[in-house]
Structure formats: C-alpha cells, structure tokens
Design a protein around this ligand. Structure first.
Ligand SMILES: NC(=O)c1ccc[n+]([C@@H]2O[C@H](COP(=O)([O-])OP(=O)(O)OC[C@H]3O[C@@H](n4cnc5c(N)ncnc54)[C@H](O)[C@@H]3O)[C@@H](O)[C@H]2O)c1
Length: 365
C-alpha cells in the first residue's frame, strides 16, 4: 500500500492506494478513529459490485453501517437528490458524530462531499473512489458540489475528506470508455508538471488498459502526488491551482455543446488539450515536435467523434465567457511551453481560440 499525503496543515489527510484495499476498509476506518455510525452513499452499478465488501469489512470492526443507493449518472448531482439524501439522514437520526462515505465515481464523490459539507453544518467525510477519474482527480483536493439547471458545478464548497481509499483492483470492472476518461486527467498531469511521468504514461498505456494493478497504482499515486502538491500550495485556486485547468476551457465548452451526452469529462479534456496545445503552438510557446508528441499519445486513446456536436464558434465562445475562470470577459487559460511545463493562465486572443476549434474539428472527425 502506498500513502500520499495531502499536506493542508491540521486538515492534512492521507490517500491510501493499493490492491484489495476495500477488504481492509474496517481496519483503516478504525485506525482513523472514525465514529461508529457510517453512511455509505453509492450508485447502483458500484453498489452491486462493491458495497457488500466494504460493508462486511466495516461491520466486522463493529461499525453501524447505513447505505443510500442512487441511480448512476450525472443527473443525480443536483439539489433534488441532495434534498432526498438530507431527508434520509434526518429520518435515520444521523448525528454529527457520523461519517458519510462516497463509494463511487466523481458524481457520487462530488454529491456526497456536498452533503457532508452541509448536513448539520459539516460531518465527517471519507472518499472511496471507484473510477480512474475519481481516483486521480475528483477525490483529491476537496472540491465538492452539485450542478445547477443553468450550469455545471456552480454550487459547492471546498471540503476535505478525512482520508481517501483508492483500490486499483476495482478498475477491472470499469468500462474502457471510463478508463480513457480517467486517462485524460492523467495525461494532463504529465503534460503540466512532469515530463518523466509523461514518458511513463507513453510506455505503459497498454498495461494500464490491461488493468495491470502495479501500473495503475503507479499512475494513481503519481497523479495524486502531483495534484496534492498543487492543492497544498493553493487550496482555493488563487494562483497555482489554475494550471490544473489546462485543456479545461475548451474541453468544458465542448462538453457543454454536446449537452454532456456526447463526451465524458476526461474525453472532453483530451480534446481540450489538443486544442489548447495548438494555441500554445500558434503563440510560439511550444514546439511542433512537443505538440505532436502530445497528440500521438492522445491518438492512442480512442475518442468519440465530434460530429454529433454542433460546433458553433459563437456558442462555444459564449460558454467560455461564462466559465468561472473568465475574468471581465477576457478568456484566460494556462498554456504549455513543453511536455511537463505549463504556464499560469494568460489572456488568449479570440481568433486563436476560433482557429483551435477549427483544428480540433478536423482532429475529431
Ligand atoms: N471535484 C473535482 O475536483 C472534480 C474533478 C473532475 C471531475 N469531477 C466530476 O466528476 C464527475 C465525473 O466522474 P466520473 O467520470 O467518475 O463519472 P461517474 O461517477 O458518473 O462514473 C461513471 C460510471 O462508471 C460507473 N462505475 C464507477 N465505478 C465503477 C467500477 N469500478 N466498475 C464499473 N462501473 C463503475 C458508475 O456507476 C457510472 O455509471 C463529473 O460530475 C465531474 O464534474 C469533479
């Protein structure tokens, strides 16, 4: 088992990474002095596969376990569902000493974290992420929240868990498309911070998709270390954390244009990185060789065609203008200067953005 610490002073917490950790949940919870009452929130896919393993391990250590199971999917990340969960918690007399556990992907993690941050003004929170995306990204860093009818991820909080438990063996049941989505964020970490890690990803892609636990554990560990480093230096996204948004400005706009039904989050980020690296190239920031190296890696990750999306430049720009990262109508984004190095966000000329959208249109057709 590897332990990555997210160093945030008295809110520091460990991320446990390894194989077969679900079966050890009970002893890990016990080691953290977690109170007796535990509420697991999961979705039907994940619950069917893994809930009983976690429950058994907790019950064996004398925890009282409740569970709340939701249908899978992004639609659950909304106030209505949160309200239903609050009602369940109140009906079951869940008190402040209880701990709420997210067992699932990023949807369950974000929603459950939001509940943990707000129920009784905040109760204990543990993440057991089960998608690659959640293990390398959404479970680390404390961003929790729900969507609003008008925009995604607009209501939320920064709320850190007591610990995160990432079991690489659960990825054996994860569909390939979800693996690719998680790989989007992993490629991003290599691209923005660590050339050596980028090379490791290039060399171990096949083994990752063959669900080699050692390779997956390394990818998870390294990604968590890189994200932890950034989050600990800038928890609330005042400066450095903004580099995590590489690929996200255009990626989010594409995701939005497809009404969140064409591209998964990580797939959109893969397209977004191609587009934004193209902007960096046009700006003279990155060499054609480095940009093409990123594209060669991304080409090995099959992505859905962009053809079902109406890629209207004005609408895409409009989405980018509404982005939380936009300031006074100026679109800013972090851009790479080499594999392993990205610069803090800078203003980007709209024409370059439009050209990048044309570029990605051809790339994704
Ligand atoms: N908080 C953050 O910092 C952050 C960062 C990135 C993304 N996100 C959010 O994460 C969400 C996307 O998360 P996601 O990609 O994990 O999607 P998801 O939670 O919808 O999970 C994807 C699918 O995989 C299934 N699944 C999960 N684990 C499985 C397993 N081990 N085996 C088989 N099936 C499994 C789920 O039931 C679901 O159908 C979005 O809402 C996004 O906004 C948050």
């Amino acid at each position: 088992m590897h332990i990555v610490t997210v160093p945030l002073g008295d809110r520091s917490y460990p991320i446990y990474i390894g194989s077969g950790l679900l079966r050890q949940s009970g002893s890990i919870f016990q080691r953290h002095g977690i109170g007796r009452s535990i509420v697991i929130v999961s979705d039907t896919h994940v619950a069917e596969l893994y809930l009983s393993t976690v429950e058994k391990s907790l019950i064996a250590k004398k925890f009282n376990v409740h569970s709340i199971i939701l249908p899978p999917g992004e639609q659950q990340k909304r106030l209505n569902t949160a309200d239903r969960i609050y009602t369940e918690l109140l009906k079951r007399n869940i008190e402040r000493s209880a701990t709420i556990v997210a067992l699932g992907g990023g949807v369950i993690g974000d929603l459950t974290g939001f509940i943990a941050a707000t129920y009784l003004r905040g109760i204990g929170f543990v993440q057991i992420p089960t998608t690659l995306l959640a293990q390398v990204d959404s479970s680390v860093g404390g961003k929790v929240g729900i969507n609003h009818m008008l925009a995604k991820n607009m209501i939320g909080a920064f709320y850190q868990p007591q610990f995160v438990l990432s079991d690489a063996t659960v990825l054996r049941t994860l569909p390939k498309r979800e693996m690719i989505s998680g790989m989007g964020e992993i490629v991003k970490y290599g691209m923005i911070l660590d050339q050596k890690f980028f090379r490791y990803i290039e060399q171990h892609l096949d083994r990752a998709f063959a669900r080699d636990s050692a390779v997956l554990s390394h990818l998870i560990r390294k990604s968590c270390e890189l994200k932890a480093y950034i989050v600990s230096n800038d928890e609330k996204e005042q400066h450095l954390r903004a580099i995590l948004n590489f690929g996200h400005t255009i990626g989010h706009a594409l995701e939005h244009a497809g009404h969140y039904g064409v591209l998964k989050h990580g797939e959109a980020i893969l397209y977004g990185m191609v587009a934004e690296a193209h902007i960096a190239f046009r700006n003279g920031m990155i060499s054609s060789g480095e940009k093409e190296r990123l594209e060669r890696l991304i080409q090995q990750l099959p992505l859905p065609l962009l053809t079902p999306i109406r890629l209207q430049s004005a609408a895409l720009l409009n989405t980018m203008m509404k982005d939380k990262k936009t300031n006074n109508g100026i679109i800013r984004m972090p851009l790479p200067s080499a594999i392993g190095t990205v610069l803090l966000p800078s203003n980007v000329d709209r024409q370059f953005i439009l050209d990048a959208i044309d570029y990605v249109k051809v790339y994704g057709s």
